[in-house]
Design a protein around this ligand. Structure first.
Ligand code: GLU
Length: 268
């Protein structure tokens, strides 16, 4: 009898375990009543702390707030970096990542991505009059960027003779530029624009060179949660169609959408 109870218990545990493994992320979030979003906290314009309200604000923050609203749930933020955002999602510490993240096939091996919700490319931020105008001028010079970013890889391809120094976050790379430890910071244009705009002396800096990479941003979602991913894509389409996307882009970026780019819209 005792044995039967143990076996029964085991069967129940297994059945529950299996059904938990197959639980649908979308339903799980709704039942929990909270969407846990991995966001940046020091990437001006995308995810950063408002100095007055001390709240996280920015373009990426607005995107996940919109999705939480559509889900009818609250939002909770967890701060991620370029380096830990994919592991955080894989471990289930966050439900979604909205963190200036380029979607690319190598990253798609561990997680899934939404459609492209922001289009950018990589450039250089330098001190005005530095004489650095493109990646060609970075041979044997030190350039700062961030660990775990595509920027780190792209600059090595674009200028193999550059000495790339990777920091944890972009403000640290910018600090290194100010201290003369590097001669340029390199990453996506929007992030560089945010560093420049957020500085006490914005006119001291300039963004130079041609785009030398393509950086389509996707929201990171857990692997094989297609109902959740479909819902996220639907929200992005609605955000574009109802004007929220354009209003947010204008509010945060202050420049026009990249010419010719528009969100991939799926007919209903
Ligand atoms: N978009 C690039 C990436 O996903 C650079 C910005 C970042 O570090 O998040 O790696």
């Amino acid at each position: 009898m005792k044995r039967l109870v143990v076996v029964l218990a085991l069967v129940l545990v297994m059945a529950f375990g299996v059904s938990a493994a197959h639980a649908n992320k979308l339903e799980e979030i709704k039942a929990r009543g909270v969407l846990v979003a991995g966001v940046r906290d020091s990437t001006n314009l995308f995810g950063f702390v408002d100095p007055n309200t001390k709240e996280l604000v920015g373009f990426d923050i607005d995107v996940v707030r919109y999705i939480a609203d559509k889900l009818g749930v609250d939002i909770q933020f967890k701060v991620v970096t370029s380096n830990n955002r994919i592991p955080m999602l894989v471990q289930g510490a966050v439900d979604i990542v909205a963190a200036t993240m380029t979607h690319k096939f190598s990253r798609d091996e561990q997680i899934d991505f939404s459609i492209t919700y922001f289009m950018d490319g990589q450039k250089l931020l330098v001190e005005k009059g530095s004489g650095i105008n493109s990646t060609a001028d970075l041979a044997n010079r030190k350039v700062g960027t961030v660990k775990g970013s595509t920027s780190e890889e792209n600059i090595k391809d674009a200028q193999p003779a550059a000495q790339v120094i990777s920091y944890d976050e972009y403000p640290q790379a910018f600090m290194a530029l100010k201290q003369g430890k590097v001669v340029a910071v390199t990453t996506d244009y929007g992030i560089l624009a945010g560093l420049k705009a957020g500085d006490v002396e914005p006119d001291r800096w300039e963004i130079v060179g041609e785009f030398f990479s393509s950086e389509p941003y996707g929201l990171g979602v857990p692997e094989n949660e297609s109902k959740f991913r479909d819902f996220v894509n639907l929200c992005l389409n609605q955000m574009w169609l109802d004007g929220t996307y354009h209003a947010n882009f204008k509010k945060w970026m202050g420049y026009d959408l990249p010419a010719g780019w528009q969100m991939e819209l799926w007919p209903m």
